[in-house]
Design a protein around this ligand. Structure first.
Ligand code: UFG
Length: 325
């Protein structure tokens, strides 16, 4: 049985990954400082509370188990916050990951799957975005993720640390069995905010900008189901068994939906009209972000299962109606 360490396993995507790995027969250990995650979301495997900035707690988890691989989700991930508090991002995302990579090299752990982001590309020069697109991030969040990707290439060359960086587009949806889902405090993401505006009458949905150069004026995004993202991580682990080096893959459906289209989709599922107000643009939002994920399809043999935006919203709605944390 393979031993896998999940850093950030109490977070949104991490907790879904823990479930998938446990169901696939892996021995999973979650390492998380609970700064943004939820202890209740970790329902499988071993639990270890610790911080990537505390090298003693890292040393303790690496001593306890001989891991075959690490999947690393632990990071700060809000674009707006990164603009006003960059130190938080450089410290957690760059220094924290540096500490983790050092421990991996020291303890001879050969492979890592890293959560990267579409934010490494910055303002798209062409769409859909291919991995060959220049990486010119326009905010500290994207710069910290791009810095780690650079670090991973250097560690592959010098220490033969194998890595796959997965550049997520817009992660969405929830475990179809309903036991885990997306719960951020504060919530900044579109789909949870749309659904919560229906459940909490005092919450008014805001649309940030309707004057973008898109068909209806609102931003277009490529929404990808969290379970499909997790499938790609599992495939990446297998890929690293067979391939040396540092790789990057986009993960998206290749189809863009505007904010208004997402709202219409949610209205269909819930069967109620959704009220919203129009607000100014949110700083740092590109007009259109759509992935070309051909490389993940051909190299990892990845096939997203949730290709209909309504199916993605439906799983999120099931969770938001009955959240357990
Ligand atoms: N939006 C609203 N109202 C809301 C929330 C969001 O109008 O209440 C809009 C945003 O302005 C944006 C779109 O809906 O146009 C999607 O916003 P999200 O916050 O859901 O997601 P982002 O596109 O901002 O985030 C994604 C990834 C990040 C990545 C970023 C790069 O989740 O990891 O794209 O721009 F950094």
């Amino acid at each position: 049985m393979k031993n896998v360490l999940i850093c950030g396993g109490a977070g949104y995507i991490g907790s879904h990954m823990v479930k998938l790995l446990a169901e696939a027969g892996y021995d999973v250990t979650t390492f998380d400082n609970l700064s943004t995650g939820h202890r209740e979301a970790v329902k499988w495997g071993h639990w270890f509370e610790g911080d990537l900035l505390d090298t003693l707690s890292l040393e303790a988890v690496f001593r306890k188990t001989k891991f075959d691989a690490v999947i690393h989700f632990a990071a700060r991930s809000l674009v707006g916050e990164s603009m006003v508090r960059p130190s938080l991002y450089y410290q957690n995302n760059v220094v924290g990951t540096f500490n983790l990579l050092e421990k991996m090299v020291e303890h001879g752990v050969p492979s890592i799957v890293f959560s990267s982001t579409a934010a490494v590309y910055g303002e798209p020069q062409a769409t859909p975005i291919h991995e060959s697109h220049p990486t010119l991030p326009i905010n500290p969040y994207g710069r910290t993720k791009a810095a780690v990707e650079t670090m991973l290439r250097d560690y592959a060359a010098a220490y033969r640390l194998r890595s796959v960086s997965l550049r997520y587009f817009n992660a969405a949806g929830a475990d179809p069995e309903g036991s885990i889902g997306e719960s951020h405090q504060p919530e900044t993401h579109l789909i949870p905010n749309v659904l919560r505006s229906l459940l909490e009458t005092e919450r008014v949905l805001q649309i940030f900008g309707d004057d973008y150069p898109t068909p209806d004026g609102t931003c277009v995004r490529d929404y990808i189901h969290v379970s499909d993202l997790c499938d790609a991580h599992l495939l990446a682990l297998d890929y690293l068994d067979k391939n040396e080096g540092a790789y990057s893959f986009n993960l998206g459906n290749g189809q863009g939906f505007s904010i208004l289209e997402v709202i219409r989709g949610a209205e269909e599922i819930v069967g109620k009209p959704i009220a919203y107000t129009l607000s100014p643009r949110r700083p740092g939002d590109p007009a259109v972000l759509v992935a070309d994920s051909q490389r993940a399809r051909s190299e990892l043999r990845w096939r997203p299962r949730y290709t209909d935006i309504r199916e993605i919203i439906e799983t999120a709605w099931q969770w938001h109606r009955n959240p357990t944390y």
